[in-house]
Design a protein. Sequence first.
Length: 100
Amino acid sequence: MVEFICEDSVCCISGRLSQGDVVKLWGKRKRLLSAKIKVIDLSALSYSDSAGIAFILELIALAKREGREVTLSAASGQLAKLIALYDLEHFFDEEAKQGK
């Protein structure tokens, strides 16, 4: 189960984000991040599959289409491996790339 906890300019995603979660969240994706969110904190996201990563990137793309910039930070070791595997480093800040 995944949870989005947004406070001030940071939205923390916690739990597990898999294909099944993405299917459930897809219709809500435009409402998950308020206009003031600038950072998606992944430190509490214990697991994500490729569908989850794609969903997170879709959230960033939605923000960009609205003229906002959102960065990702604090990926877990498992997420850092996916970031490297899929060559997605340019979407993540330096801390997230290193899995810190």
